[in-house]
Design a protein around this ligand. Structure first.
Ligand code: AMP
Length: 217
């Protein structure tokens, strides 16, 4: 199964991806996670990424497309496909992705479009806590860890992303509206779009999608 997760910041892409990657045995490729790892390691790419991420802006298309191309050319053995989370984010990236997938003869199956309302988005983003060690996502009230500040999965420390503050969230929403939303039409015209009500909890969506994908074989 080859999937793209599309939706505004805070729609629950990362949380849903966490459930689907195991049940569908697919590789979860999160552009945000890749960039944050580079930032943690203080690489040249990490330093460049930080400037954009701190402002809530998008990195140049060529930079992120190159990263995805390298990932897709080297699939992890034992995985039955991939789930792209946070890529593509512009129509140009979507076109470049199609070209890469044509080259490796593996077209997308579905684009999961998570639709969420603004109050839900703000509540999710301001309460989001992420494990510094393994990247697992929690929420201060919706999905609290068993021990405050500690990851259930690996015992690592939880932190609040620097770009999850109100001012940067506003910029990220504007960027989403202007740069990312036009992709919806692009995939609609390819008949690949699967709209989902992301105000619902990701556990519910994961069960529904697993049923759908298993039915289709
Ligand atoms: P995310 O973790 O998906 O919310 O991404 C965090 C930040 O990483 C975004 O606000 C952008 O600054 C950057 N980023 C992630 N994916 C992309 C992309 N496909 N194109 C450009 N910038 C990206």
């Amino acid at each position: 199964m080859r999937l793209v997760l599309l939706g505004p910041p805070g729609a629950g892409k990362g949380t849903l991806a966490g459930s689907l990657k195991d049940s569908l045995t697919i590789e979860h490729i999160s552009m945000g996670d890749i960039l944050r790892e580079e930032m943690k390691n203080n690489t040249a790419l990490g330093k460049q990424a930080k400037m954009y991420i701190d402002r809530g802006e998008l990195l140049p298309d060529e930079v992120v497309t190159k990263i995805i191309e390298q990932k897709l050319k080297k699939p992890i053995s034992g995985q039955c496909g991939f789930l792209l989370d946070g890529f593509p984010r512009t129509v140009q990236q979507a076109k470049d992705l199609d070209a890469i997938l044509r080259k490796i003869k593996n077209p997308l199956d579905y684009v999961l479009y998570l639709k969420a309302t603004l109050p839900v988005i703000i509540q999710r983003l301001t309460g989001r806590r992420v494990c510094r060690n393994c990247g697992a996502v929690f929420h201060a009230t919706n999905r609290p860890p068993k021990k405050p500040g500690i990851c259930n999965e690996c015992g690592g420390p939880l932190y609040q992303r620097a770009d999850d503050n109100e001012e940067t969230i506003r910029t990220r929403m504007d960027v989403y509206t202007h740069s990312t939303q036009p992709i919806i039409e692009y995939y609609e015209s390819q008949d690949k779009l699967l709209p989902l009500d992301a105000d619902k909890e990701s556990e519910y969506l994961a069960v529904m999608l697993n049923e759908k994908f298993n039915e289709n074989g």
